[in-house]
Ligand binder design. Structure first.
Ligand SMILES: Nc1ncnc2c1ncn2[C@@H]1O[C@H](COP(=O)(O)OP(=O)(O)O)[C@@H](O)[C@H]1O
Ligand SMILES: [Mg+2]
Length: 491
């Protein structure tokens, strides 16, 4: 549990920290003479210069940052707040300069490294100054090292906050997963300190992403997911804003473990999907629905006063990215739920639409899925988890559409390139309704999309068009072409 209130910023201590000080911890990190020797030659910083390079900050943000400084007395001795960089449902994230970087062992800093900055800037900046005799001299100055301070809202339960920090601690050293440097608390306010990762806003890049870019993006995302899943951890909230992708480096980092959980930790009963198919069939043929409705041809409905307790399952996640088994309240959810969400990102990139799914609630989300997969598959998917799916919406057909057809309609192109077709085959493996048949992160990385890539890439919208030109018109055309004759079995 979190520490008792204190009047100053207090280091968050992992329960195991007392026995085995984590190496990343600034509280426990020691600075050896060797480190000092390495660092001493470049002691001065020219913060003035770097501040000029920094973005202008909004008045409201300045006030907000001031509040944070007031809440945490002493924080300004350690960090210089630079800007607000993220505001999510559960936290506000600030960019800050790590003022005491040199005084700690920075084992977490694998990306900025000692050889220069993979993610930010070079370690040292050269600056021309005038020497005593008037000659120009080049001096090396230490670049500021940035961190991200994630202020977790007090509305999050202490257990949730502890869970997020513990999982991050367990995942330290995993490639493409954001390391936790340390955390501190003042009363009920908790701040996690993370390395700052420069990245590009997904909304700016998704329309211009070539298939080759998608390959880099997903190689990095699957690397992260493979590490996370190897630890039997479900992230639960895979979506573009939680994967900070840097197109220059062609790498990203997975952040936000606020909803993550260990597989099986929220046990509310074993779902039917873990039984054999013959057992599932028996259960179905004995069900009230089968006996009263399906076999007798009666219209499907639902009991008006159902005395059974409602089914409970973890449904945490983001609208549009939830896997079908989450929507069907499966009680045996696995790491495959993250693979579905990764599939939704790929569909967004291939279909050039963000957000791709836009449902108001879970029922709406199931209808969106049904309009792609068709009712037959949705019924099977529901039955797998002991649920019934039915709809009388006339535009939803029985068979659904192929992924290729869908990607073509969505991106408004007549034909897909061979590389897009290959990416679409990966998409089919990710957006598979049955989680047991869905690709794992490891299997996804072994897909032909990565092992035998087809490099025939053309810029979307035609070589002469800018990525934005005519998009709306073409998209509308695509929409008009929808008709039931195109219905085919899924690939
Ligand atoms: N380490 C980081 N480096 C740079 N930006 C970050 C970092 N961590 C978070 N952010 C920014 O802050 C946003 C919100 O952070 P996140 O951890 O997802 O919090 P929330 O739980 O509120 O969604 C992210 O989408 C990203 O834009
Ligand atoms: Mg987030």
């Amino acid at each position: 549990m979190l520490h008792a209130p204190s009047s100053d910023i207090t280091g968050f201590q992992h329960p195991r920290a007392m026995l085995e000080p984590p190496k990343y911890s600034r509280e426990h990190g020691t600075v050896s003479d060797h480190d000092l020797q390495l660092q001493r030659p470049f002691p001065e910083r020219d913060q003035g210069d770097d501040r000029l390079e920094e973005e202008e900050v909004d008045e409201v943000v300045l006030e907000d940052m001031k509040k944070l400084e007031d809440t945490f007395p002493g924080i300004s001795d350690r960090f210089r707040l630079v800007n607000r960089i993220g505001e999510g449902t559960f936290s506000t994230v600030y960019k800050a300069e790590d003022l005491l970087y040199d005084q700690y062992r920075n084992d977490w800093d694998v990306l900025q490294g000692n050889s220069g900055d993979g993610w930010g800037n070079p370690l040292f900046k050269r600056r021309r100054v005038e020497g005593e005799n008037g000659n120009a001299m080049l001096i090396r100055r230490r670049k500021p090292r940035y961190v991200a301070l994630k202020k977790i809202y007090v509305t999050s339960s202490p257990l949730r906050i502890q869970n997020e920090l513990e999982l991050l601690h367990d995942l330290r050293g995993c490639r493409s997963v954001c390391p936790l440097i340390t955390a501190f608390r003042h009363h009920d306010q908790v701040v996690a300190v993370l390395p700052f990762f420069p990245h590009t806003d997904f909304r700016l890049q998704y329309r211009t992403f070539m298939v080759a870019d998608m390959r880099h993006y997903f190689r990095s995302l699957f690397t992260a997911l493979h590490s996370v899943h190897k630890h039997d951890i479900l992230h639960r909230d895979i979506k573009p804003t939680n994967f900070l992708y840097n197109p220059d480096l062609r790498e990203g980092v997975l952040v936000d473990f606020g909803l993550a959980e260990r597989e099986g930790s929220e046990y509310t009963g074993t779902c039917l999907c873990t039984s054999t198919s013959s057992m599932r069939r028996t259960r179905y043929t004995q069900s009230y629905h089968y006996i009263q409705c399906a076999s007798s041809g009666l219209a499907v409905g639902y009991p008006k006063s159902d005395s059974r307790p409602s089914r409970r399952a973890n449904r945490a996640g983001t609208r549009g990215f939830r896997a079908p088994e989450v929507l069907f309240k499966c009680t045996s959810q696995t790491t495959k739920i993250d693979m579905w969400s990764a599939g939704v990102i790929l569909l967004t990139l291939l279909g050039r639409r963000f957000p791709f799914f836009n449902s108001a609630d879970d029922v709406d989300a199931l209808i969106e899925m049904a309009s792609i997969f068709g009712t037959r598959r949705m019924k099977n998917a529901a039955a797998m988890h002991g649920q019934i799916f039915d709809t009388n919406i006339p535009t939803i057909g029985e068979k659904g559409y192929s992924w290729e057809k869908l990607v073509k309609w969505s991106s408004c192109v007549e034909e897909l390139t061979e590389s897009e077709k290959q990416a679409t085959r990966l998409l089919a493996g990710l957006m598979e309704l049955d989680p047991s048949k869905r690709l794992s992160a490891k299997e996804a990385m072994q897909h032909e999309f990565f092992t035998n890539p087809i490099d025939h890439d053309v810029e979307w919208g035609g070589p002469e068009d800018s990525a934005d030109s005519g998009r709306e018109d073409e998209r509308d055309k695509g929409r008009d072409e929808d008709d039931d004759d195109d219905e085919v079995d899924m690939v």
